[in-house]
Design a protein around this ligand. Structure first.
Ligand code: FAD
Length: 433
């Protein structure tokens, strides 16, 4: 029997340190510099952030998303999950701990598929926190349906020429490089005819047409780029993995990305639950505390149960990834976690907002960002509906149809079978009456 829900004391001590550190030292950054996480740091921010990062390094918690087999110092997905649920409280925390999306996923695929030269040029600076990266897959006319992608690379001498459009490439305007997924062979299925390229963002022809923001950000400002790749020339060395391997690489990248978002979402939803409970115990109306009203008790109980279920599911999925060391073997559960995640955050943040009344709906509380964040979680790395289809297909693989007219569990059939199996005893019973 090896089921165990306890964290080993040494790692728990590191987590306790991280929890205090994030609350006291990192969360204030969210207030002081709310939008500068992915902007190269000027002198002032370096003076603030670099010592914090050094403390994380000193505690052995820097960039733990990659295990030693991939050149990192990670401890696996289960331990990362326990850390990420602490970091999820704060938008700056992943940056201070060197494990922010989309850089973690990008680092993972370079570690898996990159050449030594690519690792030196792109992976090491990423792991050292010296630069940002962007992942450029979604297209304006195609969304994330690869069968409709048109952005392409055409062979030209000992290199390639890339042309086409990409949409919502997060952080492209501040990234040192993009990983772009393009069609390299239009004559075969897109699943075999696409490749990935590593391209420095200052390469001529990488044109950021505009940055798209999320609600609350001014029009024309934001972090998600519409990019026009216009006659972008790259050498063969820019190819990540083999030609035609993009789909397999994307699966590796998105598997990790999705579960990491889920880990951080636990932390954000827990923060909303904490706020809900504090308010319920502090605010009194019509003769009693909110905490004494049954509707509010229902909010709290439902939120606690929803979060506990989600957390255990995420931890179990992380444990499965560690066990199999292959995202494809855990695809069903990663997709199911992705499906559950937006609803958990949406429900708990909405209830917390409601319990705060008008204050909750105001711009003086963070609930609107959390609720909006739940919609983002239902789209980024693929819409919920697509993941539900994946879950259903994977679940159905474990079943087969019956060739009988009646279902296997049809009660008359089961009863007849049971009577036949125990006929000897049933006859005896009848005989004894
Ligand atoms: C904050 C944020 C950051 C992002 N960052 C990146 C990034 O860095 N790089 C990148 O490449 N992309 C990024 N994306 C894009 C993201 O991957 C896409 O938004 C997502 O895959 C859906 O594509 P779409 O927006 O074009 O929606 P569409 O494909 O147009 O889908 C719209 C809706 O149609 C429904 N739908 C779609 N397909 C199906 C289906 N098969 N079955 C049933 N219903 C379906 C769903 O309700 C879906 O929400 C980001 C998105 C967000 C919101």
């Amino acid at each position: 029997m090896s089921w165990d829900f306890e964290t080993e004391p040494e790692y728990q001590a590191q987590l306790d340190w991280a929890d205090k550190f994030v609350r006291e030292e990192v969360e204030p950054l969210d207030m002081a510099w709310p939008d500068l996480q992915f902007v190269p740091r000027g002198e002032t921010l370096q003076r603030v952030v670099d010592p914090l990062r050094q403390q994380v390094k000193d505690h052995g918690l820097w960039a733990t998303h990659l295990g030693p087999e991939l050149g990192g110092q990670g401890h696996g997905q289960l331990k990362l999950s326990l850390l990420n649920e602490i970091l999820g409280r704060s938008s700056w925390a992943p940056i201070v701990f060197g494990c922010q999306a989309p850089d973690t996923g990008n680092a993972e695929i370079i570690a898996h598929y990159g050449t030594e030269a690519q690792k030196k040029q792109y992976l090491q600076p990423l792991l050292d926190g010296e630069c940002f990266s962007s992942y450029s897959m979604t297209e304006p006319q195609a969304g994330s349906d690869p069968t409709q992608f048109t952005c392409s690379a055409v062979k030209d001498g000992d290199g390639w020429v890339i042309n086409g459009w990409k949409f919502f490439s997060s952080n492209a305007s501040t990234a040192r490089f993009v990983i772009v997924m393009v069609v390299t062979n239009p004559d075969v299925s897109r699943y075999r005819g696409m490749s990935m390229f590593l391209i420095p963002t200052d390469t001529p022809g990488v044109n950021i047409v505009r940055n798209v923001g999320l609600p609350g950000e001014p029009l024309g400002e934001g972090h998600h780029a519409l990019i026009h790749y216009e006659d972008v020339r790259v050498s063969d060395d820019a190819l990540l993995g083999g030609e035609g391997q993009a789909f397999a690489i994307a699966q590796t990248r998105l598997g990790g990305g999705r579960i990491h978002h889920a880990m951080r979402t636990i932390g954000l939803a827990k923060k909303a639950l904490d706020m809900m409970c504090e308010r319920a115990l502090s605010r009194s109306t019509q003769g009693s505390l909110l905490a004494d009203k049954q509707f509010v008790q229902g909010f709290i109980a439902d939120s606690y149960a929803q979060l506990a279920q989600f957390r255990l599911f995420v931890l179990y999925t992380a444990w499965s990834i560690d066990k199999h060391k292959d995202y494809r073997k855990v695809r069903k559960d990663i997709a199911a976690v992705k499906v559950v995640m937006p609803a958990v955050l949406h429900d708990i943040a909405s209830r917390a907002l409601q319990v705060h009344g008008a204050l909750g709906a105001s711009n003086e509380m963070p609930f609107h960002q959390m609720v909006m964040g739940s919609f983002v979680m239902g789209l980024a790395d693929g819409p919920t509906e697509v993941h539900k289809v994946t879950v259903a297909k994977q679940v159905l693989r474990d079943y087969k149809p019956t060739d009988d007219l009646w279902p296997t569990e049809h009660l008359p059939k089961r009863l007849a079978a049971a009577r036949e199996k125990y006929a000897e005893y049933l006859e005896l019973e009848v005989g004894n009456l």
